[in-house]
Design a protein around this ligand. Structure first.
Ligand code: ATP
Ligand code: MN
Length: 461
């Protein structure tokens, strides 16, 4: 259908002013009075609606009739008219002809201007038509483009790691199984059962692309992955999904300080890109979702992230005088309440907590000379907690296998991974950024279920 995007009309109003244009879209709101009617139309290309003005005295009877047919919220239409500049709206369309493409009866659930998020979660297929989700998805798209732009311009190769995998990586989370086998009780053992399955062995959905990423980096130097990650998380929180998107760069010849510098530069770069390209959406979030959001993001861009040793963080928490639900002592994993105190109250900015006890972290992390900690860091941000898990990797074959043995891991299942340490091992580091959590941070969206189209969580598909 020949028509002009509404985005284009707002972007180049001067060029289109006083010419005849055709637009397509859906009615978001409509107002009618004796002499004039207004239809606000959106086609998905622009966060701003285009106002169509129906001057009843100047329009043909047929045009008025069609326009009245289009007054129901959700109606799809195509409209032609003269584009005029408007002080209030930038530009408007003075209607000449209108055709209803699809009627929208009163059962359409999105009649009100504002609905609760809880209600909208029950209609994920329709909520995408609201301003809130239009804004979420504009920023989600921009954030994704910015991720690729950052890595591409810094010499990283984008690699695609497998989604179906035979190893559960690091035991990062519970793995979903992939199978084509019907249930069958006649097998003698688990092994026999899996041997008959599609791959001849047990398979599942990836919980992290890291191990494949490390192998790729050994050939390509600097790589990143950006793909779906699956964890059978039973934790029913506002920050956990069973299917989420993760960005995992892996950088050779980089130690923990290098990767911390990269992570900070990267986070700032993608925030900046959203601020430059999605000003209307951010203004919306600032007004309706998180007051002060834009100031917060500016502050993040213009200040250095904090950095604290895990050991010092424990001391800060112990001296905080707070009545935490989970007690704090050296060796404990930081709970959300602890993370939030550190970022929201004590440091009041994004914070790298560095050098965690080795026993609460994964086997592949570089062992520090103290024998107790590993060169690992989590980036915590106010309002959310952890968004990045990061470490320098243990490059020494013997130390690595010792850590695996101590964890009762089957070394033979990791032979290919261990080859990275056998053949030309190098210092290298990487991190995993939860993309959906990052989106929460830049928009102020408070529940991770509202960051993607069809969120998957325990019990909901
Ligand atoms: P958490 O402690 O918050 O459960 P984690 O330590 O298990 O996270 P990592 O294995 O370090 O997470 O994964 C890297 C990043 O992926 C996290 O920092 C987070 O941003 C994101 N992430 C992890 N699990 C989930 C999940 N279930 N849903 C959404 N994002 C997640
Ligand atoms: Mn982590």
């Amino acid at each position: 259908m020949k028509h002009t995007d509404i985005r284009e009309l707002f972007a180049h109003t001067d060029g289109y002013a006083d010419t005849t244009v055709t637009v397509c879209g859906w009615v978001r709101t409509a107002r009618d009075s004796k002499n004039v009617a207004f239809l606000e139309v959106n086609d998905g290309t622009s966060f701003r609606n285009l106002q169509i003005v129906v001057d009843k005295s100047r329009s043909s009877e047929e045009t008025v009739r069609e326009a009245m047919d289009a007054m129901a919220v959700g109606t799809s239409l195509t409209a032609t008219g003269r584009l005029v500049t408007s002080e209030r709206n930038g530009c408007e369309l003075e209607l000449e002809t209108l055709t209803v493409l699809g009627k929208c009866p009163a059962e359409y659930p999105l009649q009100k201007k504002r609905h609760t998020q809880e209600f909208l979660r029950t209609i994920p297929h329709l909520r995408i038509r609201t301003r809130y989700f239009e804004a979420v998805f504009a920023v989600r798209d921009q954030l994704a483009q910015a991720v690729h732009a950052y890595f591409h311009s810094h010499g990283y190769r984008y690699v695609h790691a497998p989604i179906i995998t035979g190893s559960d990586c690091e035991g990062a989370g519970e793995m979903f199984r992939v199978t084509t086998q019907p249930w069958n009780a006649s097998y003698e053992s688990e092994e026999a059962y899996y041997a008959d399955d599609f791959f001849g062995k047990k398979a599942g959905l990836t919980v992290s692309a890291q191990l494949e990423g490390e192998m790729a980096a050994m050939g390509l130097g600097r790589i990143y992955t950006f793909g779906p990650t699956f964890r059978a998380e039973h934790s029913n929180t506002t920050r956990h999904l069973a299917e989420f998107w993760q960005i995992e760069p892996e950088v050779c010849f980089a130690d923990i300080d290098d990767i911390i510098g990269i992570a900070e530069e990267f986070i700032k770069s993608i925030i900046k890109s959203v601020m430059e390209n999605c000003p209307d959406e951010l203004a919306f979030f600032d007004q309706w979702v998180e007051k002060g959001l834009i100031d917060k993001l500016n502050h993040v861009l213009n200040s250095d992230f904090g950095r604290v040793d895990y050991t010092d963080a424990i001391e800060i928490l112990q001296k905080s005088g707070k009545d935490f639900k989970y007690p704090v002592s050296w060796g404990c994993d930081l709970q959300t309440e602890h993370e939030r105190y550190l970022t929201d109250e004590y440091f009041a900015k994004p914070l790298f907590v560095v050098n965690y006890p080795k026993d609460i972290k994964a086997f592949y992390m570089k062992q520090n000379p103290d024998g107790k900690t590993v060169a690992a860091t989590d980036l915590l941000v106010p309002g959310i907690g952890e968004i990045i898990g990061c470490s320098e990797r243990e490059a020494d074959l013997e130390k690595l296998t010792a850590a695996m043995t101590a964890r009762n891991m089957p070394l033979d299942a990791y032979e290919q991974y261990l080859d990275t340490r056998r053949f030309g091992t190098v210092p290298h580091s990487g991190f995993g950024l939860g993309f959906d959590r990052m989106l929460m941070y830049v928009t102020g969206v408070g529940n991770i279920r509202d960051t993607l189209l069809f969120p998957r969580t325990v019990g909901t598909l």
